[in-house]
Design a protein around this ligand. Structure first.
Ligand code: ATP
Length: 329
């Protein structure tokens, strides 16, 4: 592996679902690398760019005017080929062809699982940066994209509240989160929702119905936030189950969908991305590899991929559940 060899050329890519703030992270990596005299290559479409040799040089001016933009200029992808031994061999050949010594991967837990396989098989030096709206990773308090996605969802729920309270309606709003209820929980509390359904907690339809019975008499509008991966089904399914029991409820369903991924990143996401990019390059220069850059209690910290991946257990929303119950009365 030659960890003692000085790094001269790093590759950077974005992988998995895109998240607002990924561009700010790319910018920070590129500028920091050049600051330390390193060469930088942008790998396009996640691991696919490595497998298929889709790579271009990135200078400091190539990342001008992108800090404020959602999405990712390097594009993102899910790569089937990289899941195979042959695909990873092809990826290593591409790195050797370009003389790339180390990689910075911006993505979610799947991306780091791939990074770990690549490191074990080929001794590649890799550092990870969190890029996922789901906020479901160990080794960090929050992930790049989560704050922006949650702000977008909250603003949309604010608008739904206007119409809901004009008509005495019960709204079911579905937000993103296949296995993570973080967006639902934060957006629910911040927008003053009455009830939140998340995949981490099996609250069931009964609990929802008794909560609705308590609030229905006193409130003109009720908003239930449903994470898309809730075990009761999405918002349509939850609404159908409620309607089955209470035909008199005037219900409406709104699925927010991909609008939650887009838009200009918030200050919090730009800050996290900027700090993560600098920390990732500096970690590589300090001889670190196999680690993810995260933010814990306001500080940038490094956590090994294996610890991050084993820590990807469901978040405990107990405190948030408790305050939601108090604040929605
Ligand atoms: P998000 O949380 O936004 O979905 P993610 O990084 O978890 O982001 P995934 O699609 O799970 O997104 O993973 C991204 C890519 O990482 C996969 O398409 C695949 O190429 C690679 N990858 C994931 N798991 C492995 C693995 N076990 N071995 C090799 N490569 C992997």
């Amino acid at each position: 592996m030659g960890t003692m060899d000085r790094i001269k050329h790093i590759g950077v890519f974005t992988s998995g679902g895109d998240a607002p703030g990924m561009n700010a992270a790319i910018r920070a990596v590129v500028r920091t690398a050049h600051f330390y005299g390193l060469q930088v290559s942008g790998i396009l479409e996640g691991y696919n760019g490595l497998v298929q040799n889709n790579i271009r040089p990135l200078g400091t001016r190539d990342v001008s005017n992108i800090i404020q933009r959602g999405g990712t200029i390097l594009r993102s992808a899910r790569s089937k080929e990289f899941m195979t031994v042959e695909g990873r061999c092809a990826a290593k050949r591409t790195m050797d062809l370009h003389g790339i010594d180390a990689l910075i991967a911006i993505g979610g837990d799947g991306t780091f699982r791939g990074a770990q396989a690549f490191m074990v098989e080929h001794g590649v030096r890799m550092v990870g940066i969190t890029g996922t709206i789901d906020n479901d990773m160990g080794g960090t308090d929050t992930t790049i994209g989560f704050d922006t996605a949650t702000n977008t969802a909250m603003e949309l729920v604010d608008r739904i509240r206007d119409t809901a309270s004009s008509h005495d309606r019960l709204f079911f709003v579905e937000v993103m989160g296949r296995s993570s209820g973080a967006i639902a929980m934060y957006c629910g509390i911040a927008a003053g929702a009455e009830f939140v359904m998340v995949p981490e907690r099996k609250q069931g339809i009964e609990e929802l119905i008794s909560a609705l019975e308590r609030t229905e008499k006193s409130k003109s509008s009720v908003i239930v936030i449903v994470a898309e991966g809730d075990e009761e089904g999405g918002a349509y399914e939850v609404a159908r189950k409620v309607k089955e029991r209470y035909a008199h409820y005037e219900t409406r369903v709104s699925v927010l969908g991909h609008v939650q991924r887009g838009g200009n990143p918030t200050v919090a996401d730009r800050m996290l991305a900027s700090r993560s990019g600098v920390a990732a390059v500096e970690a590589l220069l300090a001889g670190q590899a196999g680690v993810m850059v995260g933010q814990v209690n306001g500080r940038m910290v490094l956590t090994s991929f294996s610890e991050v991946l084993s820590g990807t257990s469901p978040r405990n929303h107990a405190e948030l559940d408790r305050i939601l119950a108090i604040l929605s009365t």
